[in-house]
Design a protein around this ligand. Structure first.
Ligand SMILES: NC(=O)c1ccc[n+]([C@@H]2O[C@H](COP(=O)([O-])OP(=O)(O)OC[C@H]3O[C@@H](n4cnc5c(N)ncnc54)[C@H](O)[C@@H]3O)[C@@H](O)[C@H]2O)c1
Length: 316
């Protein structure tokens, strides 16, 4: 029976990955310091015979990681990260420590045991998409925030471990991911925030003029991508994008979600210099290598998210 470690497993995407692995009869360990995750995200897996251990600790705690790696994992999924662009602008040191030094710690443990690693990157490392084309893996890079810079530094460090030590590493760069379990407060993703505000009859605040676009990937498609990539021999040493392959402007998204145009308002952008004006994914490499394609349309993903948020309110 396979053993997997998920760093950041109590977070939004981590929770769905844990579920996917358990569904596939993989034994799962999690490390998460709950900086942005929640114990409740994993509550439904408590007592599951394959849910082996959930360690609420920091990946910067090297001793704890060393003890954890005595398990001899078949696969490590490294998702733990400081993910907030705004916070990274205010506190770049934290982004550096968690995203670069934290990844270094995970890489060192994988190197010591020869463990395969799926490294979670991000589409935020790319330069803006041109009007006529989507962003493939060879698209120019332009990390415009310490978040993006630290994630890219982590990727490059991991690449060096692949070349220097032959460590099997797959780097996944999903585009903006949304769905149930994502935070819907100010730190949450734009889709979750808009759907929650719309359900509560609150304003949908669009930062800037709303013409910036996003390629929005439903979380179960994202997890299927990571999971398929992690199992593929062909993906080792590769960087792979995943997204819907279509973008929508943030103002367009607000109009799609809110039945009341009067509830949509433009507000000044927090960090205009770190904005990427157009993001649209070219996932043809993932399709060719992994036979992966997104299955959930934006409309149906938003419906699933709305339903989940409504149920949360009812059960709260
Ligand atoms: N959500 C997206 O749109 C998106 C898109 C592309 C890539 N990603 C990447 O996917 C990964 C997961 O993102 P998410 O959206 O689920 O975010 P998230 O914040 O919900 O998950 C990250 C988890 O890491 C944990 N964590 C943070 N610092 C830690 C530390 N020092 N030690 C241990 N755990 C720590 C947090 O508590 C959280 O549970 C991140 O690496 C992120 O960069 C996210």
């Amino acid at each position: 029976m396979k053993k997997a470690l998920v760093t950041g497993g109590a977070g939004f995407i981590g929770r769905w990955l844990v579920k996917r692995l358990l569904d596939e009869n993989v034994q799962v360990w999690v490390i998460d310091n709950l900086d942005n995750g929640k114990e409740a995200n994993l509550a439904e897996f408590k007592g599951h015979p394959l849910m082996k251990e959930t360690v609420f600790d920091d990946i910067l705690n090297r001793d704890r990681l060393q003890t954890l790696f005595r398990e001899k994992f078949d696969m490590v999924y490294h998702l733990a990260a400081q993910i907030n662009v705004h916070e990274s602008l205010a506190n770049p040191k934290k982004a550096y420590e968690v995203n670069v030094m934290g990844t270094y710690n995970v890489l060192e443990e994988c190197r010591a045991k020869g463990t395969k690693l799926m490294l979670m990157g991000t589409c935020m490392v790319y330069d803006v998409a041109h009007a006529d084309g989507a962003i493939g893996e060879k698209h120019p890079l332009k990390p415009a925030s310490p978040y993006a810079g630290s994630k890219l530094a982590a990727e490059i460090l991991a690449e060096s471990y692949h070349h220097a030590y032959g460590l099997p590493i797959v780097t996944c760069r999903p585009f903006n991911t949304y769905g149930p379990f994502q935070k819907s407060n100010l730190e949450g993703g734009v889709v979750s925030v808009f759907v929650k505000n719309s359900l509560n009859g609150e304003f949908l605040n669009v930062h800037g003029d709303g013409s910036q676009t996003r390629d929005l990937l439903y979380v179960e498609d994202c997890v299927e991508f990571i999971h398929t990539a992690s199992k593929s021999e062909k993906a080792v040493g590769q960087v792979l994008n995943a997204g819907l392959g279509k973008d929508i402007s943030v103002i367009g998204l607000a109009r799609m979600i809110s039945p009341d145009p009067g509830k949509i308002r433009l507000v000044p952008h927090h960090h205009p210099n770190s904005e990427i004006q157009k993001l649209v994914c070219d996932y043809s490499k993932a399709r060719a290598l992994l036979n992966w394609e997104p299955k959930v349309t934006l409309e149906s993903g938003i419906r699933k998210l709305r339903q989940w948020l409504q149920n949360q309110c009812v059960s709260a």
